[in-house]
Design a protein around this ligand. Structure first.
Ligand code: NDP
Length: 343
């Protein structure tokens, strides 16, 4: 790191450290942790806002798709001001607000990131909004669009509709001209879904939800009803409902399993209505440079123009991280939970 590129740097910082996996209360706050130094091609960021995803909760629990190695500091997406540049970094200024997606380590007052992974933040976004953006909007975009859907007039069922991914999915689907059926666990959550443009909203425990979702999408060209696309995030015993509401030749995209329960899939059932079931994991899609570039090009003008706005939910200080994670698990939150380490 060059001297000229380094600002007045602190020597130690505060960080969340996980030494053993489990419920959110395994997270501990540590003082006096050495501030990380950026290596070649890296920058150090003063972390302003960390977006907390359901995946972070699973990661701390040791239930994520990849193995969590301890000790570690959680936090996979964040926004921060550039504090120091490693050797060879160009095109980024000290003091600039940027967002970052990938890896872990941002639940701290400082973090390092690869300069290549930085995402410019439009002036219209706050740090909290910037931290609420990458995971949810890239995932929603890929779910709705990349696989050939996202056409005007198509119907999509958005589950957990008031959550971080749910609110992003509603906004993007509406921006694409799609029709949205949204489900969530409370009337307050459905109110947010309607505010964001959902056409039909239903409590997720409505006893007639399957019939109502199918009927909502019925039309002259689709007299039996059923939605074109399901963004499946609940899983478990509820997975069957996605197969039941999808139209002939429709698609169910498995994006999450918030129930943390096993689902039963009988492949022969897919034949009945020529249903496609496919998976989507943002982490592996980020390795597809062309798909990522397409998503970024589509998302940037929508965000910059304010046509879609990242929904920041409750915000917490770093030493309230356990509560923030527990509130997600307890389904108390709407929008993206954000932790602000500088508070
Ligand atoms: P959210 O902000 O949506 O919070 C999770 C929501 O899931 C809750 O608010 C709750 O909404 C709903 N939920 C349904 N059943 C349960 C349950 N049994 N226990 C807890 N919550 C439940 O989180 P995210 O936006 O971070 O993630 C939403 C889903 O999308 C998760 O399953 C996540 O793993 C997945 N995801 C997957 C990605 C990928 O790359 N595949 C990327 C991003 C997210 P309600 O109360 O309304 O039911």
């Amino acid at each position: 790191m060059s001297d000229t590129a380094q600002s007045e740097a602190a020597q130690t910082m505060r960080a969340i450290v996980v030494e053993q996996l489990g419920a959110p209360d395994v997270m501990q706050i540590r003082e006096g942790v050495p501030v990380p130094q950026p290596g070649a091609g890296q920058v150090r960021l003063k972390v302003e806002a960390v977006g907390i995803n359901f995946a972070d909760v699973l990661s701390v629990a040791g239930e994520y798709l990849t193995r969590t190695r301890v000790p570690y500091t959680p936090g996979m997406e964040f926004a921060g001001t550039v504090d120091a540049l490693g050797d060879g970094v160009t095109g980024v200024q000290v003091g600039q607000l940027v967002a970052c997606l990938g890896g872990s380590g941002s639940l701290a007052t400082y973090a390092v990131a690869n300069a290549a992974a930085l995402i410019p933040v439009p002036a219209s976004l706050t740090a909290a909004q910037a931290a609420a953006f990458p995971v949810s909007y890239f995932t929603a975009y890929h779910g709705l669009k990349t696989l050939g859907y996202g056409q005007p007039g198509q119907w999509v069922w958005v589950q957990a509709a008031a959550g971080a991914l749910g609110t992003a999915s509603i906004q993007l689907a509406k921006a694409m001209g799609m029709n949205v059926v949204a489900t969530a666990s409370t009337e307050e959550k459905l109110e947010l879904a309607r505010k964001l443009g959902a056409d039909v909203t239903l409590l997720q425990d409505d006893p007639e939800r399957v019939q109502k979702i199918r009927a909502a999408a019925a039309s002259d060209s689709n007299p039996k009803g059923g939605v074109d696309l399901v963004l499946e995030v609940v899983g478990g015993p509820r997975f069957q409902e996605s197969l039941d509401v999808v139209m002939n030749r429709g698609r169910v995209i498995v994006i999450g399993n918030a129930s943390r329960e096993q689902a039963n899939l009988r492949p022969v059932e897919l034949m009945k209505r020529n249903v496609t079931v496919t998976g989507l994991w943002l982490t592996s899609l980020m390795g597809d440079a062309e798909a990522t570039r397409e998503a970024a090009m589509a998302l940037t003008p929508l965000i910059a123009s304010g046509q879609v706005t990242p929904q920041v939910g409750p915000t917490y200080a770093l030493d309230e991280s356990v509560r923030a994670f527990q509130d997600i698990l307890d389904r108390k939150t709407v929008g993206k939970v954000v932790i602000e380490p500088q508070r």
